[in-house]
Every structure is written in C-alpha cells, then in structure tokens.
Design a protein around this ligand. Structure first.
Ligand code: ATP
Ligand code: MG
Length: 188
C-alpha cells in the first residue's frame, strides 16, 4: 500500500468537549442538502428532536424528503406548510426567506431541537434578504446543545469562520449540464 492510501493523521490536539456543532455544506456541486438529510437520519436514529427549515420557495420539489422526514417525526418547515407568506409583494422569494428566518431564529434559541437544518440559508444571506450579521449572531448565541447544519452555495466568510466543520462540494460534472432534467427519486 502506498503511503498515499494511508489515512491522514492530524497532529494530536487537546481533546475538546463542545455542546454542539455548526456544520456548513457549501460549494457548487451536488450533495449539500442530501448530506444534511443523511445526518438527519443519524440524529433521528438517536432519538433526537430534529427541525428542518427550508429557505427557498420549493414548490413540489422537496415533497419526497419532507414527507419521509415528517413520518419520522421531524418538524419540517417549508413555504406553504410550516409558514406562509400572504402578500402581493412582488418579491415573494424574499418575503418567504425573511419569514423562514424569523421562524428559524426562534427555533435556534428555543432549545427544542438537538439538530436544526437550515437548508439553502446561504441564498437569502447572499441576496441581502436576511441580515448576515443577524444570522451569525443567532447561530453564535443558539441554544448550547442545538447542532446546526447550514446548506447552500457561496457560504459567506463569516459563516465559514464561525462553523466547526465546512465541506465544499465541488462540481466535477452534473447530468443537468448535458440536458438531463432533475429526477424524481434522485434530485427530489
Ligand atoms: P442535492 O439536494 O441534490 O443535495 P444540493 O443541495 O447540493 O443538491 P442545490 O444548489 O440545493 O444543490 O440544488 C438543488 C438541485 O439542483 C438538485 O436537484 C441538484 O441535483 C441540482 N444541482 C446541484 N448541483 C448542481 C450543479 N452543479 N448543476 C446543476 N444542477 C445541480
Ligand atoms: Mg440544496
């Protein structure tokens, strides 16, 4: 076996005990949300209360995972189910994201959940729909034992700085680029 194949041994560190982790799944490749939902299964397996907040208007896209998660007892808050945006505001997406953030900030502070997934939260931050500094502060001051996973492309530097674990999914190729549309059972 070449030394390349050996596992990487990090320099020894003093063991740290932390109450919870902040994880960020970012990058332009596929897998940010699905990795978060994989972790959701682990949390559910341990009997943890789990909450998912989806920040972007998703239409019928997410019904697959939302339905299964709800069957598993997960609180799944998404536009049209968890919260609604009743307004003729042209900028519906911004309104939905702001309302999602209002609810998410309460969820983070409440201590009700041991895992909270903020799916696609980077988009409203990058678009200026929610205040990045406010999000960072809410994450920093969250209930101590609430683990959080944030997903979405272009995670802001402040979010990367605060996080314990950050993974960047890199797009090597995606079927979409050769004209294959999103698939039920694979993409949603
Ligand atoms: P997934 O939900 O499959 O884990 P994701 O969360 O990493 O994907 P998003 O940016 O949230 O990616 O996009 C969601 C949808 O876009 C999914 O259907 C996914 O397959 C698709 N997608 C993800 N990355 C790419 C890409 N590089 N090119 C085209 N489509 C993509
Ligand atoms: Mg996603």
């Amino acid at each position: 076996m070449s030394s390349d194949a050996l596992p990487v041994h990090h320099p020894p560190r003093e063991r740290r005990n932390v109450d919870s982790l902040l994880i960020v799944n970012t990058g332009d490749g596929k897998g940010k949300s699905t990795a978060a939902f994989g972790t959701l299964m682990r949390s559910v397996a341990r009997g943890w209360p789990v909450c998912v907040v989806q920040f972007m208007k998703s239409g019928q896209w997410r019904v697959g995972e939302a339905e299964v998660a709800r069957r598993l007892g997960v609180t799944w808050l998404t536009h049209g189910d968890g919260f609604t945006w009743e307004s003729d505001d042209l900028d519906r997406s911004a309104g939905i994201a702001r309302e999602a953030w209002r609810i998410a900030s309460q969820v983070l502070a409440s201590g009700e959940y041991r895992l909270v997934i903020l799916d696609e939260v980077t988009y409203p931050m990058n678009y200026g729909w929610v205040d990045t500094a406010a999000v960072i502060e809410a994450l920093r001051s969250r209930f101590a034992t609430t683990n959080v996973i944030c997903t979405g492309r272009n995670a802001p530097a402040e979010l990367v700085d605060l996080a314990d674990t950050v993974t960047e999914m890199r797009n090597v190729k995606h079927a979409y680029q050769t004209g294959v549309r999103a698939r039920r059972g694979i993409d949603f």
